[in-house]
Design a protein around this ligand. Structure first.
Ligand code: TYM
Length: 334
């Protein structure tokens, strides 16, 4: 008998344009993992509305994110690519799991604390509840492994705690998921303030590289990236800007940081920065070309998200029914 493959679930919010951080921290790893696992790659539009979205932009970005998955090398025939709002079980499971999650746990989440500072009292309840929806995403598919960047680690740990609590309250219901955080590229930093993570919601566009940034823009942003006056290409915490650019170069090309240090010994930063920019351009340009073709082919994208929704609904509903039964809800059919 064929052994059941382990399950991977991951997702990205269509809440802005995707950055090089999303690509190197998440998507590039998914592409590597797809051969070995039964993968669900979701466009998490329900998560995106925790902050206000323009409806037409949300629609366009949802399809763009899906196109980026495919253009980066996720093969639709081998994986389940779907849109979160097409599977109502996510919203329902999130409600159920809410009742097994503590306010204390949610208000301690660093991402919530950061974001709520920005919005004050008008921070939406959705933003607080966001990690519970993420737990629902993961647990509905009996996920073994969740490949994400470092910033999602705390949310993932909460998902594990919620799953364990539910299992302990009733009986074995969920697989307890593990995080998969790559050694390299799991935390790409801002190009303007390398002590902060590169983020699509940063106010300064020079701080991030977008997956869809034209080559000229990429070159400009890298050349303006903040470094230091030491002038030595060295992988060191004392040189966070240089360290970040080395991480980017190493994640893309596969060179080790030692090899990079050797290559640029005694050379300063000019050639190094040029090479970083060219490596990024070489990686992203073919993806951009494919994304442009894909977003123009609405019928093809529809065929993928329809098939994805069908498969995802089937699997998610199975777990949802299991949850409902354990909680004590009366099933409507036999
Ligand atoms: P999101 O949309 O903020 O980011 C998507 C993925 O990109 C990673 N990432 C980074 N990695 C390295 N360096 C960076 N600067 C960087 N910025 C972002 C994130 O860690 C993430 O892996 N809550 C999630 C989406 C989500 C999800 C899920 C993920 C919803 N449900 C279930 C996994 C499983 C989020 O907001 O990611």
């Amino acid at each position: 008998m064929e052994e059941k493959r382990k399950v991977i679930f991951s997702g990205i919010q269509p809440s802005g344009q995707l950055t090089l951080g999303n690509y190197l921290g998440a998507i590039k790893n998914w592409v590597k993992l797809q051969e070995e696992y039964d993968c669900y790659f979701c466009v998490v539009d329900l998560h995106a509305i925790t902050v206000r979205q323009e409806p037409k932009d949300l629609r366009a970005r949802t399809l763009e994110v899906m196109s980026i998955y495919i253009a980066a090398g996720i093969v639709p025939e081998k994986n389940t690519i779907f849109i979160q709002s097409h599977v109502p079980a996510h919203s329902e499971a999130a409600w159920l799991l809410n009742c097994y999650t503590y306010m204390g746990e949610l208000s301690r989440m660093t991402q919530f604390k950061d974001k709520s500072q920005r919005y004050g009292d008008s921070v939406s309840a959705g933003l607080l509840d966001y990690p519970v929806l993420m737990a629902a995403d993961i647990l509905l598919y009996q996920t073994d492994l969740v490949p994400v960047g470092v910033d999602q680690k705390q949310h993932l740990e909460l998902a594990r705690d919620i799953a364990q609590r539910f299992n302990n309250t009733y009986s074995e219901t969920f697989v307890i998921p593990e995080g998969y955080i790559a050694q390299n590229g799991a935390k790409i930093m801002s190009l303007q303030d390398p002590t902060k993570k590169m983020s699509k919601s940063d106010d300064n566009p020079n701080s991030y590289i977008l997956i869809m940034d034209p080559p000229e823009v990429i070159r400009k942003k890298v050349s303006r990236a903040v470094t230091d006056s030491i002038g030595v290409v060295k992988y060191s915490d004392e040189q966070p800007g240089v360290k970040n650019l080395m991480t980017i170069l190493s994640t893309i090309t596969g060179q080790t940081t030692e090899q990079i240090e050797e290559k640029y010994e005694g050379q300063g930063y000019a050639q190094f920065k040029k090479d970083v920019a060219e490596a990024i351009v070489a990686e992203l340009e073919p993806i951009q070309k494919k994304v442009k073709e894909l977003v123009a082919d609405k019928a093809y994208l529809e065929s993928i998200y329809k098939a994805g929704a069908e498969k995802a609904n089937y699997v998610a509903n199975k777990t949802l029914r299991k949850m409902q039964k354990k909680i004590g809800f009366i099933p409507v059919s036999k």
